[in-house]
Design a binder for this molecule. Sequence first.
Ligand SMILES: Nc1ncnc2c1ncn2[C@@H]1O[C@H](COP(=O)(O)OP(=O)(O)OP(=O)(O)O)[C@@H](O)[C@H]1O
Length: 584
Amino acid sequence: MLVENKLAEDQLAKVKKFTLLRGIWRVGNGYWRSQEKKYAGLLLLAIISLTAIDVYLQVWLNKWRNIFFNTLQDRDLAAFFDSIFLWLILTVAALAVTVYQRYLHQILELKWRTWLTERFIQEYLHSKKYYYMHISDNSIDNPDQRMSEDVKLFIELLLKIFIWFLYTLGILCSFIIILWQLSGSFSLSWQEWSIVIPGDMVWIALGYAIMVNLIVAKFGQSLVHLNFQQQCFEANFRFGLIRLREYAEAIALYTGEQRERYLLKGYLKKVYDNLYKYINRQKVLDCLIFCLYRGAEPLPYIITVPRFFSGQIQLGGLMQITAAFDRVQKSLTFFVGWYKELAKLEAIVKRLANFMDMMEQMRLVGGNSAIRVIASPDMTFSVEGLNVRLPNGKLLIHDFAMKLQAGDSLLITGPSGCGKSMLIKAIAGIWPFGEGCTRIPHNQQCLFLPQKPYLPEGTLREALLYPQSGLTCPDEEIVAVLKKCNLNDLVELLDDRENWSHILSTGEQQRIAFARAILQQPPWLFLDEATSGLDEATEKRLYKMLRNELKTTGIVSVGHRSSLLPYHDKILTIKEKGGWALVA
Ligand SMILES: Nc1ncnc2c1ncn2[C@@H]1O[C@H](COP(=O)(O)OP(=O)(O)OP(=O)(O)O)[C@@H](O)[C@H]1O
């Protein structure tokens, strides 16, 4: 279909244009413009201030090294104990700063995560996007994982990297100044030209860090892609396990264990293969990082020791220089240590941005649907020029039209797979693929009873009144309806909390759906093979009850059995090649 192809192209173009910063902004900026922005801003400010204090304490600890080692060299016991006391004060201060910085960091993480997850859930449920994603051809994998795991990791990693970046920047700026002050100089001469360059240690640290960053960036690039794939494979494997649990009974009845093992093995193999590649790549990177870090350790000693031996600096100075060099060098190679985390963040941001794009596209699928759903000027339910299509554009039903008054009933029949379920969904206004117009009486509730009813977790009473959360109904009325639907055994269980869709038989669930319809008295009722699990006598009884209890309700049913004919005054037969015939 044209809309779908266009959406797929847009999707591809967006993935190609993806950059990490743009992706982070897209996923994360909403929170900082939300109602919580002031509180979040204060928290962030407190965290940044504590980070700055931490940097300040580190600078002091560096100065302390100079003092401490000089007391050793001078064999000055009183000064030695003074320096130990200073160390104690600095350590206690560092402890308080670290603990509170971490505490506030976690609070911010929690608030942001809750906000963002709620936002995703709200968006996902809005305009039936969850449903369009479910029926679309080019949808994304595992939206559930994206809303739970990916959102959590996104915020965890982003805040961690941001705070570390600030901390490292603070350390870098402070220690570059210290190192510059403590450094010696070197001279370059060529023919009669000679130039003295101060800050030898700073230049060496800088040169070394550039080299390390370039090497690691080259080797680490493939980790981003492997990480992205890993998240998908892990999610697919988890989804396979969930399906096994969900369809446990059917699989057991088919004795499909071997086939399931084969499928799960397939998912697991992908997880294993990709992780194996990742681990191998990581091994090379770890080896490189280790060599590059260790390689830098003797550098400051080698360069500074001549000044120490010649008496230009004391032992404390030597120790302070090496510590400062270590700090500067490590800060400059920040990217190296965080490459793994950045790779992970990039993969997660891609998945979340991709999910947001898909939700946007699903909004368009709903909003741009050429099946217009408009309010009917009177109490009639009508359809005009309706073409029903598959998501790929294939036409199933051509130019359908009908008009129903309140209390009318229509039965849709036809061979299996001809498009009856899609037609009833299109009439009810939830199938977006096709063209035409559906007029639904303004503000009138349409209740849909599918072949497999949905019973939410909770009490049986809540399941009966679903989706009306605020609806209350006297017990006598509920009991009477349950009895009419031949569900006497459930009367005692009204307030029991169970996973009803696992406990009740398909026929019982279908009878619950009928009870729901009687209790809620909707003006329009759609039944898609809603009695397929029932014997003919029960089906007859329930339809009779529907007609008696819901006299003004318009009913549209899909069904195969001829026993349904007497309960409907119009019969629609779907024929081959999109044809149809309506008999009143
Ligand atoms: N989300 C979907 N994406 C692509 N094709 C679909 C989708 N849902 C259903 N189909 C296909 O559309 C066709 C019509 O499906 P539909 O469920 O409307 O048939 P039906 O007439 O109700 O069949 P039955 O009587 O067996 O329930 C089928 O060939 C089905 O495979």
